[in-house]
Design a protein around this ligand. Structure first.
Ligand code: CUA
Length: 319
């Protein structure tokens, strides 16, 4: 039994470490949730000690009928008034936090659609929507207002180090505010079971200085720089990739899969799973379901040799 506990504790603590650490408080909203957590935890421990102490005390004392009134008063105050006040105050505190973290305005607006099993990310700018996928970049010390929805099943959007989690529901829009206070790469994930590749539905949240963010967003807004007659683009079109994927600036306008216009600018491939390298991209194309089971993209095992090399070189040029 004790060995079991010894094994479980490090496993639980491991979940708290690193870039998914919800106690890291790299965001203003995460800090508020964390404050509430510590008050709840410490308060619960104190109240538990008080109740156990009172029970032990009562057990040891002789029954004394003359103290009946005093005992009733103790039960009334300690057992009814005190919990009502404490729970009521916590409820109000929690509701205020909930109101603030679902605030409906921010310094920038990002729409995120949960797909099976990846993230469609759309930045709303005065010049129009900027579409990307599976990687979210945010400026530090600015409040990003997220408008969340889902394509066909319920997902849950969560960047533990930055703030609370929020359901993504088909046909509805939920909102969430995140105000990162530290630069870095914070992990995000789907926090609600949504089917086959749920556990492989992740994303990076890269928090940058404002200037770097502005430059990044401007680059994402631009169409892809593709040379006329690029041999890799010819493979891309011949294999029909453009039926599902969009590469702005080319004829590929497929709305089904992730936008690939600036694919190589992303750090990860497959919704937060693999480093973006020519090797992983090649394997993703030929051995798709070994890389990520259950996804809609079909594998292209017959695409090999020179044609595969040209396609991969083309995709890696989309930065
Ligand atoms: Cu999407 Cu779980």
């Amino acid at each position: 039994m004790r060995r079991g506990i010894l094994l479980i504790v490090p496993a639980l603590l491991a979940g708290c470490a690193g870039r998914h650490n919800w106690l890291a408080s790299a965001g203003a909203e995460a800090q508020r949730v964390e404050d509430l957590f510590w008050v709840l935890l410490i308060g619960a421990v104190l109240i538990w000690c008080l109740v156990i102490g009172a029970a032990v005390y009562a057990h040891r004392r002789q029954v004394d009928p003359s103290l009946e009134t005093q005992a009733r008063r103790f039960i009334l105050w300690g057992g009814a008034v005190f919990p009502t006040v404490v729970v009521g105050a916590l409820l109000v505190w929690g509701l205020v936090i909930l109101r603030d973290i679902t605030a409906d305005e921010g310094d920038l607006t990002v729409r995120v659609d949960g797909e099976r099993w990846w993230w469609r990310v759309i930045y709303e700018t005065p010049e129009g929507d900027v579409v990307t996928a599976n990687e979210i970049r945010l400026p530090v010390d600015r409040t990003a207002f997220f408008r969340l929805t889902a394509d066909d099943v319920i997902h849950s959007f969560w960047v533990p180090a930055l703030g609370g989690k929020m359901d993504m529901i088909p046909g509805r829009e939920t909102t969430l505010a995140l105000t990162p206070v530290a630069t870095g790469n914070w992990g995000g994930l789907c926090a609600e079971y949504c089917g086959g590749a749920h556990a492989l539905m992740r994303f990076d949240t890269i928090v940058m200085e404002q200037e770097a963010f502005d430059a990044w967003l401007a680059a994402q807004a631009a169409p892809a720089q593709v040379a006329e007659g690029d041999p890799g683009l010819e493979v891309f079109q011949a294999e029909g990739c453009g039926a599902c994927h969009t590469i702005r600036g080319t004829e590929a306008q497929g709305p089904v899969g992730p936008d690939l216009t600036h694919l190589a600018s992303r750090e990860k491939l497959g919704a937060g799973l693999y480093d973006m390298t020519p090797e992983t991209v090649a394997r993703w194309i030929t051995d798709t379901h070994a890389m990520k089971p259950d996804i809609d993209m079909p594998p292209y095992p017959d695409l090999q040799g020179d044609r595969l090399d040209r396609l991969v070189a083309f995709l890696m040029s989309l930065d």
